[in-house]
Ligand binder design. Structure first.
Ligand SMILES: Nc1nc2c(c(=O)[nH]1)N[C@H]1C(S)=C(S)[C@@H](COP(=O)(O)OP(=O)(O)OC[C@H]3O[C@@H](n4cnc5c(N)ncnc54)[C@H](O)[C@@H]3O)O[C@H]1N2
Ligand code: MOO
Ligand SMILES: [Mg+2]
Length: 426
């Protein structure tokens, strides 16, 4: 008699896995290698930005008080006593009716409290000296980019755990981080099981298929911020699989196996968990695809038994492995980002389990719409290529109709989300 597995709600299953989350250590990398990594420390402003009052325009730095009576009928003349470009500092302190010709980014000379754009001035020479005239008045502070207006000293600008984007790289450079403390990437072991599996470069022969899961998982692991370690594909042989899993567990932070978790005669993972004395957190989840997703723990180390079916494997990774990787990387938004979208096609098939339909979201007339892609079966591979989201259809008897508001999880997004989205899952 085949064991009857009890399906666990998706939310509970994720929570069980997260109980075993661990945080990674930090390492220093060059700034230029830090893109796409996760910050191991907060970035705190150790100086104000800008660090000095500066000109936002090419023009003249003046004393605003000298422009008080300037008008179209009464232009006022200023003697230009110096000229500075960005990077230079004027040695002069300007006096009454004097100006410094200044370029964008240059430090405001002492005595000046406003900048006039070049276009509003007329320059001329008199008795061998440089002058400019103005036809309107200015207030103190006009056209000055003030010290600290961007950020003040001591502000926390980015919290640890943030995904390092090009914008964050700009901040790191601004504050002098030639080396950046990032969280070490977790090493994710990947083992594919299945006697039917061929290598990618092998020709098809009857009954066999190429191993696509390992390469898919490898890419998903990288996208999540982990370092995949491909440990090969194994034929369905209990001893060989057991040995490989046992050895792999010692050498990686997390281990993923694909295939062999269901109830087939050659599905050996359940027996391997037994032999390892593993604590199986669950072996059935109330979701489609990926209901066979199994997660076990051995001495605190997580072992993800993902389905052999490509779509189920893909979904299992994004729902269970990604948050563990992101938590390892200190992210507070470890889960897929959720948005609300309008369903573009009827989805009338009822199902007691929550569905994660591979779909595509797009903007149509300013609204986020989502449509399913391809065959909604756990064994399909082609729909994965075009999918940028999972359409979440909570279980129940009713189907879903065009125009329904539905939750969508973004799979190619780096921002992530806190766990709140799971609240709506059965
Ligand atoms: N009697 C039952 N049969 C099945 C059940 C069930 O509850 N009772 N569950 C079905 C569901 S749902 C799924 S999902 C699959 C899960 O199967 P396994 O995880 O045990 O995976 P395998 O049996 O090894 O393979 C399933 C399928 O996937 C293909 N595969 C495997 N590895 C790869 C790979 N690396 N790359 C590409 N494709 C792969 C394999 O050839 C099979 O076609 O079980 C159902 N059965
Ligand atoms: O685990 Mo299977 O993929 O539910 O479809
Ligand atoms: Mg099987």
């Amino acid at each position: 008699m085949v064991e009857k597995r009890k399906p666990l709600a998706v939310k509970e299953a994720i929570e069980r896995v997260l109980k075993y989350s661990v945080h990674g250590e930090s390492e220093q990398v060059d700034l230029q290698q830090s893109y796409g990594r996760f910050l191991a420390v907060d970035i705190i402003a150790d100086h104000p930005v800008p660090p000095f009052d500066r000109s936002p325009y090419d023009g003249f730095a003046i004393r605003s008080i000298d422009t008080k009576y300037a008008s179209t009928d009464h232009p006022v003349d200023f003697e230009v006593i110096d000229e500075i470009g960005a990077g230079s500092v004027s040695e002069f302190t300007i006096g009454e009716m004097q100006a410094v010709r200044i370029m964008t980014g240059a430090q405001i000379p002492s005595g000046c409290d406003a900048v006039v754009m070049l276009e509003l001035t007329k320059v001329f020479q008199k008795a061998g000296r440089d002058y400019m005239s103005l036809k309107r008045s200015f207030n103190k502070g006009d056209n000055i980019s003030f010290k600290g207006e961007d950020t003040q000293y001591g502000n926390i600008l980015v919290k640890k755990g943030a995904y390092i984007s090009p914008g964050i790289i700009a901040l790191l450079a601004t504050f002098g981080y030639a080396k950046v403390a990032v969280v070490k990437k977790p090493q994710i072991g990947i083992i594919a099981t299945g006697s039917e599996l061929l290598d990618v470069d092998e020709p098809l022969v009857p009954g066999k298929i190429r191993n696509s899961n390992s390469y898919m998982i490898d890419a998903q692991a990288r996208r999540s911020g982990a370092e995949p370690v491909y440990l090969g594909k194994l034929v369905d042989d209990l001893e060989k699989c057991y040995e490989a899993v046992k050895v792999a567990l010692e050498n990686v932070d997390f281990l993923i196996t694909t295939g062999g978790v269901s109830v087939g005669d050659f599905d050996y993972l359940p027996e391997i968990y037994k032999r390892l004395g593993a604590n199986v957190l669950f072996n059935k989840v109330a979701m489609r695809p990926g209901s066979v997703t199994t997660v076990a723990e051995v001495n605190g180390k997580l072992l993800f038994g993902l389905s052999g079916n490509p779509s189920a494997c893909f979904v299992g990774f994004e729902l269970f492995v990604r948050p563990i990787i992101r938590t390892f990387l200190n992210s507070e938004r470890a889960h897929l980002q959720r948005v609300t979208a309008i369903l573009e096609e009827d989805f009338l098939k009822p199902n007691p389990f929550t569905r994660f339909v591979r779909g595509r979201i797009s903007l149509t007339a300013g609204k986020v719409v989502a449509s399913p892609i391809g065959l909604d079966k756990s064994n399909v591979v082609t729909s994965l290529a075009d999918a940028n989201a999972f359409i979440v259809l909570p279980g129940g008897t009713r189907g879903y109709k065009t125009g329904d508001n539905i939750d969508v999880l973004l799979i190619d997004d780096q921002t992530g989300s806190e766990f709140s989205w799971a609240e709506s899952f059965k």
